[in-house]
Structures are given as structure tokens and as C-alpha cells.
Design a protein. Structure first.
Ligand SMILES: [Zn+2]
Length: 135
């Protein structure tokens, strides 16, 4: 049975999640999902086109080199977008299961304000800062 949206966690002093808040987060996540899917498809198409172009450059080292650089760049975009896509899919999954909004690290509420600003967040501000300080 699906949990009531108001059961999503909040931090001290925050109002409970309204239906509209949940819709905002869900909408933002599905927009991201679509954008990332399109980005990946476009970058993959580019990478394929570049790979096809590389086949014709066997007697031109400089041109082959620039194809390589361009291809690396596209592959970087694909990798990055796929990682983000996983985060978005994970967030949607958690939202659907009613497990959304709990910090992966300290198991405390991430907070509604943070999630509305950054729906993919998996950690509370404190844990995120601690992680970044370590990195
Ligand atoms: Zn935390």
C-alpha cells in the first residue's frame, strides 16, 4: 500500500509535504529523466558518427587525433549523463516506494527545502558537506 504523501520526512520546523510539493519534485525528476535520456541518445549518435569518421582518416594523423579527442569528449558526456540518470531513476524509485527524503548516510530527514531545490539529493546538507570536505 502506498504511503500517504504527508508521511514523507521533514526536518524540524518544516511543514509537512503537501501534494503539490510532491508533484513539484516528481515533475522535476521526470523532466530530468527525459532530458538526460535525450542527451545520452544525442551523444551516443555523435560518438557513432565520430567513430565512422575515424575510419576515413587512416592516412591523416592530425585529423585522426582530433577525432579521438572529440570522441573522448562525447564518451565523457555519456558516462556523466548515465550516472545522473541512475540518480534520477533511484530518486523516482524511492519516491514511489515511500522511502524518499532520508539521508543515505545518517538516516535523518534530508529536508523538504533541500529536496525541492535538488530532488536528486541522497544526503542531508551536513553529510554532503562532510563528504565534500573529505574529497
Ligand atoms: Zn545525513
Amino acid at each position: 500500500m502506498a504511503k500517504d504523501v504527508n508521511a514523507l520526512p521533514t526536518r524540524k520546523g518544516e511543514r509537512a509535504w503537501s501534494e503539490k510539493d510532491v508533484e513539484t519534485v516528481r515533475g522535476s525528476l521526470s523532466e530530468d529523466l527525459q532530458e538526460l535520456t535525450e542527451d545520452i541518445a544525442a551523444a551516443e549518435e555523435q560518438a557513432v558518427a565520430i567513430a565512422a569518421g575515424m575510419g576515413d582518416t587512416s592516412d591523416d594523423q592530425a585529423e585522426a587525433g582530433s577525432y579521438m579527442v572529440e570522441r573522448e569528449y562525447q564518451l565523457g558526456i555519456i558516462e556523466n549523463s548515465k550516472e545522473q540518470l541512475l540518480q534520477v531513476q533511484d530518486a523516482i524509485g524511492r519516491l514511489t516506494r515511500g522511502e524518499y527524503g532520508i539521508c543515505d548516510n545518517c538516516k535523518q530527514p534530508i529536508g523538504k527545502a533541500r529536496l525541492l531545490a535538488y530532488p536528486r539529493a541522497t544526503q542531508c546538507v551536513e553529510c554532503k558537506k562532510a563528504e565534500e570536505a573529505q574529497a
